[in-house]
Write a protein that binds this ligand. Structure first.
Ligand code: AMP
Length: 319
């Protein structure tokens, strides 16, 4: 198995200016694993309650996601998140978070899970992220995501988790909140001093940037005319990013740059419909087509620049 994810497997109730859903499959690990499944084999670590039906589990199975490390508590209830977006779709307003079965979750990874080459510590209580990190000591690359709630209520544990990973994938507001530094570049530099080798800052409709101690690489978001529901865009980005990396032998900077594009491609599909609906129906051809569109969108020629000689100066020279 090449890619492991721990994170929330949830029911989401979401309202956007364009519609609402009272109960749909959500959670960081769900969005991540469905997205990553287009690139590699994925195994999900998490917990669900007795209300998690066969129909929901089928979504994972249809995408070849290994759910043998997904624990079931028949007498418990699945994690629930209720959120709302206003016209600024970059900002999610959390109305309710019910940890339910995650409150007492103690992840115990199977032997196969412990041997994963790449690991994503998806958005969930940082103590759980650390417990999983402890069990995958041999992983080649470990990445982490988080959110404002954990920065506020579990800061110390989150800092410990961040110290133990290679890549941090967060949004711009979280980077600022985490460091109390309004300038994003300075915030990034500070996070890199804590241990991670790379930081990815997601900036919603403005794209994403990959920052290391020596490089800066930024890409725009795909120019969509209608964004329906941004829920899970960050996890879907991370799924494309990590999924593509897992399919590569060398995890060098060139691979990371291509992975950034695949992350953005996947996120751009995710926001076109509610929850995981659009990504569930994706084809490889659609992914490749949008990858090519990104290449075209950001391509430019390098030319040796010289100041053009003005016509007057030219005439003078010739005369
Ligand atoms: P994002 O990719 O940042 O839009 O994440 C959206 C997903 O995060 C939703 O599907 C929620 O179920 C999940 N989520 C929201 N709050 C939390 C939380 N406190 N812990 C774990 N997952 C959460």
């Amino acid at each position: 198995m090449s890619l492991l994810v721990v994170g929330s497997v949830a029911f989401d109730a979401v309202e956007t200016p364009f519609g609402k859903r009272d109960k749909m499959l959500g959670g960081s690990a769900s969005h991540f694993s469905i997205s990553a499944s287009f690139f590699t084999d994925v195994r999900v670590v998490g917990v669900v309650g007795g209300d998690f039906s066969r129909e929901e589990e089928e979504v994972f199975i249809r995408h070849g996601v290994d759910t043998s490390d997904l624990e079931r508590i028949p007498e418990g209830k699945t994690f629930l998140w209720r959120g709302r977006y206003d016209y600024d779709l970059n900002t999610a307003h959390t109305l309710d978070t019910q940890l339910n079965v995650f409150a007492d979750f103690k992840p115990k990874l199977s032997e196969a899970a412990r041997r994963s080459r790449l690991v994503f510590l998806g958005n969930i209580q940082p103590d759980l992220q650390r417990e999983v990190r402890e069990q995958v000591r041999g992983a080649e690359l470990v990445a982490l995501d988080t959110m404002n709630l954990w920065i506020e209520v579990a800061r110390e544990s989150l800092l410990e988790a961040i110290k133990s990973v290679d890549v941090v994938i967060i949004n711009d507001a979280e980077a600022r909140q985490l460091t109390a530094e309004p300038n994003l570049i300075r915030a990034a530099r500070e996070i890199l001093t804590w241990g991670p080798k790379a930081l990815i800052v997601k900036r919603g409709e403005y794209g994403a940037a990959l920052i290391t101690s020596s490089t800066y690489f930024a890409i725009p978001a795909y120019p969509l005319e209608s964004v329906f529901d941004p829920t899970g865009a960050g996890d879907t980005f991370a799924g494309g990013f990590m999924g593509y990396l897992a399919s590569q032998e060398k995890l060098d900077e060139a691979a990371m740059r291509r992975a950034m594009i695949f992350g953005s491609v996947m996120a751009s599909f995710n926001v076109e419909e509610f929850g995981t609906e659009r990504v569930q129906r994706l084809t490889h051809e659609e992914i490749n087509e949008r990858f090519r569109a990104f290449k075209q969108m950001t391509h430019f020629e390098e030319i040796p620049f010289e100041r053009a000689v003005s016509a007057a100066a030219k005439n003078k020279d010739e005369g």
